[in-house]
Design a protein around this ligand. Structure first.
Ligand code: PLP
Length: 400
């Protein structure tokens, strides 16, 4: 019986250059981002410069995590207690968490068969709720038709925040993911496209949003040390009415990221070689359905999703167990119980109204959707072996 033995959670090591920079930080002890020598910029600020340039954004702020960056972004965009925030129902737990943290009321929007937001449902719910905000989560790197999303955003004057945790390096029709909304957040947590253990990056072109975000992130009134920031006058207006939520990135983490940023596009290209190989194999397995992707979507295939439409709830559980016995780690967002990093919207019960919410299409899609990481430590041969195992389990269980 074929078995796969590599670890689905193993990312590549930090590049030597990052280790060198990190050692330099450790040797000085100047790890805190504001603990710099006179006239020195510090790696956290260097990273903000580099990422803003990469994105073509005016401003960038490095935060402690993407979840905290999302929370700070929502607050900075003006979300107040009780404000409705529209959000696609298929996303990761830190996203509803950030909305709750900002005092927002989440209004979930259905997804379609291709895992992206249902634009008609978005239009309907924006109309019905008169919401001012949309948090669009490009979950697992799946980008909706952004032209259509923007039509609805403009029609309802929605203030859009993009969650780009899995679309760092991706674009829609040549326009970078994260440049459609008023602000966007990225993750540098270990399983995303750059790895500093934990970390988040927030971009915006808006003076007030960035000044507020810097204050919220905990600048201790040292905001002038930021270089990708609006003019100091903007801070003067808000500095006494903006609390410090202490959620900064430090120079140590930033040092790990600087060389990774230089190599980001190449890493994305490598991910897509793996992804396209895996997708081509899965496509040939009778019983597996990989939704077709729009050719305007330049995605980064750091994970792959597919459906097993013939499977029942019990069968999906068995399928996952059988794959796991043979070393293939498949995740399932349709599980009734939250498990590992997966959870479905009906288990976010800190929004009590979600437990009774019916999103029939999202439920149906997630019920038979499988999710698998593709770390860059895997090879094309690894993908073949994984696909062989998946195919054998699908056939053995008559899911084809
Ligand atoms: C990982 C992730 C986040 C949050 O990132 P953290 O840095 O872990 O807080 C947000 N949204 C999505 C879709 C993610 O996958």
């Amino acid at each position: 019986m074929k078995k796969f033995t590599k670890d689905f959670t193993l990312q590549e090591p930090i590049p030597d250059e990052g280790i060198e920079l990190a050692l330099g930080v450790l040797k000085t002890g100047r790890i805190h981002r504001y603990n710099t020598m006179h006239g020195e910029r510090g790696y956290a600020a260097d990273l903000e410069e580099g990422f803003a340039d990469y994105m073509g954004a005016k401003y960038c702020l490095a935060c402690a995590s993407c979840g905290s960056a999302l929370y700070i972004a929502l607050k900075s965009l003006g979300v107040q207690n009780g404000d409705i925030v529209l959000c696609n129902a298929y996303t990761l737990a830190p996203v509803p968490g950030a909305i709750e943290n900002a005092g927002g009321k989440i209004e979930l929007v259905e997804i379609m068969d291709d895992y992206t937001i249902d634009i008609e449902d978005l239009d309907r719910k924006a109309e019905k709720t008169k919401a001012k905000f949309l948090l669009l989560s490009h979950m697992r790197g799946h980008m909706a038709n952004m032209d259509k999303v923007m039509e609805v955003v403009n029609k309802h004057n929605l203030i859009m925040l993009e969650d780009c945790a899995h679309t760092m390096g991706a674009n829609w029709n040549g326009k970078k993911s994260g440049t459609f909304g008023k602000a966007a957040c990225y993750s540098t947590q270990t399983y995303k496209h750059m790895n500093s253990g934990e970390g988040g990056l927030l971009i915006t072109d808006d003076d007030y949003v960035m000044a507020r975000a810097i204050m919220f992130s905990g600048s201790y009134m040292l905001y002038s040390a930021h270089t990708r920031r609006p003019a100091l006058e903007v801070f003067e207006k808000i500095k006494k009415i903006t609390p410090n939520y202490s959620s900064r990135m430090d120079n140590l983490r930033a040092s790990l990221l600087l060389p990774q940023l230089k190599n980001l596009d190449e890493q994305c290209r490598r991910w897509n070689v793996l992804f396209n190989h895996m997708a081509a194999r899965l496509d040939k397995i009778s019983g597996c359905v990989c939704p077709k992707r729009d050719n305007r979507e330049y995605y980064v295939g750091s994970s792959i999703q597919w459906n097993l439409p013939k499977a029942t709830y019990e069968q999906i559980q068995t399928f996952i167990n059988k794959c796991a016995e043979r070393g293939v780690s498949v995740k399932w967002f349709g599980n009734k119980e939250p498990n590992g990093f997966t959870s479905a919207y009906d288990s976010w019960q800190y929004f009590p109204y979600l437990s009774n919410l019916d999103l029939p299409h999202t439920k149906k899609v997630l019920a038979t959707m499988c999710d698998m990481r593709l770390p860059l430590t895997f090879t094309a041969e690894d993908c073949d072996l994984i696909a062989d195992i998946i195919e054998e389990v699908v056939n053995e269980m008559d899911l084809n």
